[in-house]
Each structure stands twice: as structure tokens, then as C-alpha cells.
Design a protein around this ligand. Structure first.
Ligand SMILES: NC(=O)c1ccc[n+]([C@@H]2O[C@H](COP(=O)([O-])OP(=O)(O)OC[C@H]3O[C@@H](n4cnc5c(N)ncnc54)[C@H](O)[C@@H]3O)[C@@H](O)[C@H]2O)c1
Length: 331
């Protein structure tokens, strides 16, 4: 059994992934700075270290001590729309933090570096988005993810560091941070529903996304390190069925036994239709999407009702206020 590092291990995907890995007997260390994750999410069988991946001295010390064999790097601030307005923070946190880990992975001869990139690297490419399309990110978050992908490929060629890159999109489920008004649309809707507030939608709500329930993505990410045929490749991962944001709001309201009340804000600068082709990952993990939206939302809603509504934090260090959506100002 392997000695594994999971960054972002107190976050949504990271907590599920770490749980999966310890369950099959791996030794798992979870690193997280708790900026967006919660200690309650962390499985007690994992070793937990509070650390910021952009702190390179601390990351070096952790690697010297623990000698990890595999890295799953999930730590990031995944607020795609907000990333235009927090460029410096985005690049330090999501790009420099990743580079610190790649440096240590090279120095310590890590066997595989698994990175959760994002479908955001595709930008306005036509849907369904395929791994062989030329990336064209439309925001700073997507640019940082794309840069990390390129760094991994260069580090493989230069130093022989093996990698696997996943590009998930709109994953949802239990342990997701529902208290962040800048990201996670399903969590935002549930938090609003629990406070009897209208669900806020940017634009007309007819933009489309495919949503992925957490249990449909974690087994493939966790199992990938045991499949050398997957090494040094990029994989889309997630659900196939496409919904409008208005349909999503209806499904969320239904899970709370109420009807959807929507408050529309002016449209944001965002990609209108995002869904991906999953034929490549299906060659390795043939399971189709098993949890459909209504069922997944119901499961997440049952959990959300237990944890209750969360007060949304305001991101304090906005670097550019020009064109910041009004709904993100001050409140
Ligand atoms: N959830 C999705 O739909 C989705 C889609 C595409 C890509 N991703 C990627 O998957 C990864 C996990 O996303 P998630 O939805 O679980 O988000 P999340 O916010 O729940 O988890 C991220 C975790 O990283 C931690 N973190 C952030 N910056 C850090 C830093 N500098 N040092 C240490 N810890 C830090 C946060 O505290 C949080 O616990 C991210 O890299 C994200 O970009 C997620």
C-alpha cells in the first residue's frame, strides 16, 4: 500500500478522495489551509497537516519528512468567475502553489502526480469538449489550470515525472462548501433555499452545464494511479446529461419541497454551454453516469439540511473592482 499526499484534503473532492484511498488501505496525509475546507470533512484515518501549498519552505519540509510516493493535488480556490478580479491571488494560490508541489515531486521521485485541472481550460471551444482540443481558457482560473497542465508535461519530458490530469466539471454532493457565494451553484441554491431566500441566477438561466455527482467521479480519480496505461494523459471526467441553470433551480427547490423562486442578475462574462466528451475515461472506467441529477440533489439536500445554512464569506482582497458583478459587491 502506498504513501499518498492529498492536497485540499479538507475540501469537497479531496475529502471524498482521501476517504476512498484510506478505505483501500493506503497511508494518506491530507494537507489543507482550511481557507475553503472544513476539519469535519477529514476522515480520522488520515493524517492532517494544516499548510498552505504556496508556502514553499513548509511544503519542502513536509516532503522531506514524509517521502510521499503519489500526490493528488486538489488544493485550489476554484472561484472561476471571481478569478478575473483576484488575478494575483489566483496565480499565487493555484499556479505557484502547484509549482511548489511539482518541484518537490521531481526532487523526491514521486511515482505519479495526479492533478485536478478543470473543463475551464476549454473556454469557448464548442461542446462537447474533447481532450484533443486546443485549450483556450476564458478566465484567470482556467489559465492557471492550463499552465499547471503544461508544467506537468514539461516536467515529465525534462525530469521523467509521470502525471495524470483530470478535467472535472460541476461536481456536487455532500461536504461541498455551500457557504461560498462565488462558486458551487448547487451549494449556493441550497444555502439560499434553507434561508428562504430567492435563488440568484446570472443572466437568463438558459446557460447549460452537465453536473456530476461525487460518487461518479471519485473512484476513477482514486483508481487511476494503479493503471500505468493512464499515465501522462488528460481525461475529462463527469456527467453527460445537460441541464439549464433554470432546470437545476427547479430540481434544487423540489428537494426542499418548495417551488423555485429566482432572482436574475445581469449575465456574467462566462462560457454559455459546457459539457464534455467522456469516451476516453470510459475506456478505463466503463461505468456510465449512475447518479442522475434529481437523485444526487436529493442526497446532497439531505446532508445540507443536517449541516444547516452557512453564512457566506466575503472575499476581502478583491484586486480589481471594475466590472465586478453588483451582487458580489459588499454583501
Ligand atoms: N468541484 C468541481 O466541480 C470542480 C470542477 C473542476 C475542477 N475542480 C478542481 O478540483 C479541486 C477540488 O475542488 P473542490 O470542489 O473540492 O473545492 P474545495 O474548495 O471544496 O476544495 C479545495 C480545498 O483546497 C484548500 N485550499 C485552497 N487553497 C489552498 C492552499 N493554498 N493551500 C492548501 N489548501 C488550499 C481549501 O481549503 C479547500 O479545502 C480544485 O483544484 C478544483 O479546481 C473542481
Amino acid at each position: 500500500m502506498a504513501n499518498i499526499l492529498v492536497t485540499g484534503g479538507a475540501g469537497f473532492l479531496g475529502a471524498h478522495l482521501a476517504r476512498n484511498l484510506v478505505s483501500v488501505g493506503h497511508r494518506v496525509t491530507a494537507i489543507d489551509d482550511l481557507s475553503g475546507g472544513f476539519m469535519d470533512n477529514v476522515d480520522s484515518r488520515c493524517k492532517f497537516i494544516k499548510a498552505d501549498v504556496s508556502d514553499h519552505k513548509k511544503i519542502t519540509m513536509i516532503f522531506q519528512k514524509h517521502k510521499f510516493e503519489y500526490i493528488f493535488h486538489l488544493a485550489a480556490y476554484a472561484a472561476e468567475g471571481l478569478s478575473h478580479f483576484i488575478k494575483r491571488f489566483n496565480y499565487i494560490n493555484n499556479l505557484i502553489g502547484s509549482v511548489n508541489l511539482i518541484n518537490e515531486a521531481v526532487k523526491n521521485n514521486v511515482k505519479c502526480f495526479v492533478f485536478t485541472s478543470s473543463a475551464a481550460v476549454y473556454g469557448n471551444n464548442p461542446a462537447p469538449m474533447c481532450e484533443n482540443m486546443v485549450p483556450c481558457p476564458e478566465d484567470s482560473y482556467g489559465i492557471a489550470k492550463h499552465a499547471v497542465e503544461a508544467e506537468l508535461e514539461i516536467s515529465r519530458r525534462m525530469f521523467g515525472l509521470p502525471y495524470i490530469i483530470f478535467r472535472p466539471h460541476n461536481v456536487y454532493g455532500e461536504y461541498q462548501n455551500i457557504g461560498d457565494k462565488y462558486r458551487n451553484v448547487i451549494g449556493i441554491f441550497m444555502n439560499q433555499l434553507m434561508q428562504d431566500k430567492p435563488m440568484t441566477v446570472f443572466g437568463d438561466g438558459n446557460q447549460t452545464r452537465a453536473f456530476s455527482y461525487i460518487s461518479d467521479v471519485i473512484p476513477a480519480i482514486a483508481g487511476s494511479i494503479t493503471m500505468p496505461e493512464m499515465y501522462n494523459q488528460i481525461f475529462n471526467i463527469g456527467g453527460d446529461k445537460v441541464y439549464t441553470i433554470n432546470q437545476l433551480a427547479d430540481a434544487a427547490a423540489k428537494a426542499f419541497n418548495t417551488r423555485a423562486v429566482i432572482k436574475n442578475f445581469p449575465a456574467r462574462n462566462e462560457v454559455r454551454h459546457v459539457f464534455c466528451d467522456h469516451s476516453k475515461i470510459r475506456k478505463f472506467f466503463p461505468v456510465e453516469q449512475t447518479v442522475l441529477l434529481e437523485e444526487g440533489i436529493r442526497k446532497m439536500a439531505d446532508w445540507a439540511k443536517k449541516v444547516g445554512a452557512r453564512r457566506s464569506k466575503v472575499f476581502k482582497c478583491i484586486e480589481i473592482k471594475k466590472n465586478l458583478p453588483t451582487s458580489w459587491k459588499n454583501t
